[in-house]
Design a protein around this ligand. Structure first.
Ligand code: DX5
Ligand code: ZN
Length: 220
């Protein structure tokens, strides 16, 4: 990841939050066969967000069932304390800038542990909150819904931050993916791509479709 043109390729990350939990291994394989590029795993602790999803054992079971890169999104209050429980089963680990931790310390510890590091910001959080960290991350996650639940509607006003992230990356010669997460489907993916996002997280729009391969293709 070094030049701006590395980010022209669209990466589809299938969000396991929308899969059939009684068939997690098969669902991971189904996403892989359908042409997903990454598997996205939303870890929620009931504190940072108003929902509880799954923890390291579920992430490990997913990772063991597919060869795709595993992208762990920690929607938890203390990512500094818990990220190490995920490093053996993750390629990327994303933490929130709004959580209770020393952000710079956590992202560098994630990298030292051998994963790439992502930083996420909620719809209500201004772009300026992540600016101090953009030189030390591999991925910026611009939340396109208030996190906690799948199946919500895409918030188009968050695209201003995607555009700001593209502009900042160029101006400072940086290299981070720009990921969007929440309400991504065939109608909203082109909006996110046009704004400059290159990693699309999609749950409902892919797992909810009988022809998952066509659903993945429809996002690119
Ligand atoms: C939202 C999660 C998302 C969610 C997206 O809290 O971070 O990853 O799985 O779900 P859809 O694609 O259904 O909006
Ligand atoms: Zn997510």
């Amino acid at each position: 990841m070094s030049a701006e043109n590395d980010f022209n390729q669209i990466i589809v990350a299938a969000s396991m939050l929308a899969c059939d939990f009684s068939e997690v291994g098969n669902e991971a394989k189904r996403a892989e066969t359908a042409g997903s590029d990454w598997l996205h795993l939303d870890v929620m602790d009931g504190n940072f967000v108003d929902n509880i999803s799954f923890g390291p054992a579920f992430v490990a079971a997913t990772a063991a069932s597919s060869t795709l890169p595993v992208d762990v999104h920690l929607m938890i209050l203390r990512p500094d304390h818990y990220f190490s429980r995920f490093v053996d089963h993750a390629d990327n680990i994303t933490v929130h800038v709004e959580a209770q931790h020393d952000v710079a310390k956590t992202v560098s510890a994630i990298r030292e542990a051998g994963c790439t590091a992502g930083l996420a910001l909620n719809p209500a959080t201004p772009f300026s909150a992540v600016e101090p960290y953009l030189g030390m991350i591999d991925l910026l996650l611009v939340m396109t819904v208030v996190p906690g639940f799948g199946g919500q509607s895409f918030m188009v006003e968050t695209m201003q931050k995607v555009e700001a992230a593209v502009e900042y990356r160029k101006r400072h010669g940086l290299a981070y993916h720009i990921q969007v997460d929440g309400g991504i489907q065939a109608a909203t993916a082109p909006v996110a791509i046009a704004s400059g996002a290159n990693v699309l997280v999609a749950g409902t729009a892919v797992f909810g479709k009988p022809d998952m391969a066509a659903a993945v293709q429809a996002l690119r």
